[in-house]
Design a protein around this ligand. Structure first.
Ligand code: KG4
Ligand code: ZN
Length: 345
């Protein structure tokens, strides 16, 4: 079975995703069914809706992935048979418990029926391994920044599976801050892509927002002060009857967030002596963050890797990459495992 492809399922939040990766690490299928439209009117993800939507679509998304893989392989018959898989991977956590349960329960049944091993994957490790899609020769030790809707972490990856978390956020995650600022401006959900588009035409120096915990050697993050500063700025401008220049606000907010990300990453690289850097999570889809890290760190002799833009926000391709590595090492999971909403790195 070592030459057979691995199928992986991701359902930790509001995306139902299934990917199939072959033995060489090539993606044969990469299906994502997003629920964003169902949550947008509530301004955020509603856990109960997320669980129900996963139940509704998961069979169809798996079928679509098996069909996509058959086409990629030039097979007759329309769909890859589950018998032709090596293993079934699934996100075990962290995430919304009701959402995770749908993926885990489905994966168990599907793997059992096909007689294939089950492989549990940590979603955060998925965001890290997404970098292997662009840079297969990425090798520890390196520094990794995880910036998603639920997590903000600076990590020293000493070896694969050996993670030293240098710092985390004390309050909001970076993606969460983007979402909250966009919500305060009435711009919609999710806020990251909206703010990032606005920022393209803005001046990042227009408004001087605070940079928190900006001392050397401190790898912790805090976003709530910045969020409050943005709220106060909006209030103050409204009171004064001045129209808010959204692109300037967006660009200045991004600059405040990304300056801190850059400085802490640079300091961690210097302190550990690591020569490689990579990034992951939904916010890593942001072109300004990607460009800044590549530009500034490359100048200092650091090789910078970013995942493909569509493998930053939640997807199953990154889960498949981890599942394939675990399959090759024979790291299988027991069928008695449960979803673990509080998993960490
Ligand atoms: O990794 P992800 O899909 O889900 C979690 O695991 O949390 O991250 C979602 C987060 C959301 O907060 C979203 O606003 C943010 O990623 N995001 C962005 C961009 N695209 C998505 N933030 C900034 N710029 C973007 N282009
Ligand atoms: Zn994620």
């Amino acid at each position: 079975d070592r030459r057979k492809p691995v199928l992986a399922i991701e359902s930790s939040c509001d995306e139902t995703a299934v990917a199939i990766i072959d033995a060489d690490g090539t993606l044969l299928a990469n299906q994502v069914s997003t629920q964003i439209d169902f949550h947008a009117r509530f301004g955020g993800v509603v856990p109960e809706i997320a669980s129900r939507k996963h139940v509704e679509v998961i069979v169809g998304v798996v079928d679509a992935a098996l069909e996509e893989a058959a086409e990629a392989l030039g097979l007759e018959g329309g769909a890859l048979s589950p018998k032709e898989l090596a293993a079934v991977g699934v996100t075990q956590g962290p995430g919304l418990v009701g959402a995770l349960v749908v993926g885990v329960a489905f994966a168990k049944g599907f793997a059992y029926a096909a007689g294939k091993p089950l492989i549990c994957v940590n979603h955060l490790e998925g965001h890290l391994y997404a970098n292997l899609l662009t840079t297969p020769d990425l090798k520890p030790p390196f520094i990794f920044t995880l910036v998603s809707g639920g997590h903000t972490m600076l990590v020293h990856v000493r070896a694969w599976g050996d993670y030293e978390v240098l710092g985390e956020t004390l309050d909001d995650a970076v993606g969460e801050a983007f979402d909250k600022v966009a919500k305060a401006l009435g711009l919609g959900y999710p806020g990251g892509p909206i703010i990032s588009r606005l920022a393209e035409d803005g001046n990042p120096k227009a408004i001087d927002f605070p940079r928190a915990l900006n001392r050397k050697g401190d790898y912790r993050f805090s976003l709530s002060g910045l969020k409050t500063a943005v709220m106060l700025y909006i209030e103050q401008e409204n009171k004064a009857g001045r129209p808010i220049h959204l692109p300037d606000l967006a660009a200045s907010f991004e600059a405040a967030v990304f300056d801190v990300q850059y400085k802490k990453a640079r300091n961690a690289l210097r302190e550990t002596g690591a020569k490689e850097y990579c990034i992951g999570g939904g916010v890593a889809a942001n072109p300004h963050l990607r460009d800044m890290m590549v530009r500034k760190l490359s100048r200092q002799g650091i090789r910078v890797t970013v995942p493909p833009q569509n493998a930053c926000t939640d997807n199953a391709a990154m889960i498949a990459v981890v599942a394939r590595e675990k399959f090759l090492k024979g790291e299988f999971s027991d069928f008695s495992i449960d979803a673990d909403p509080n998993m960490t790195l």
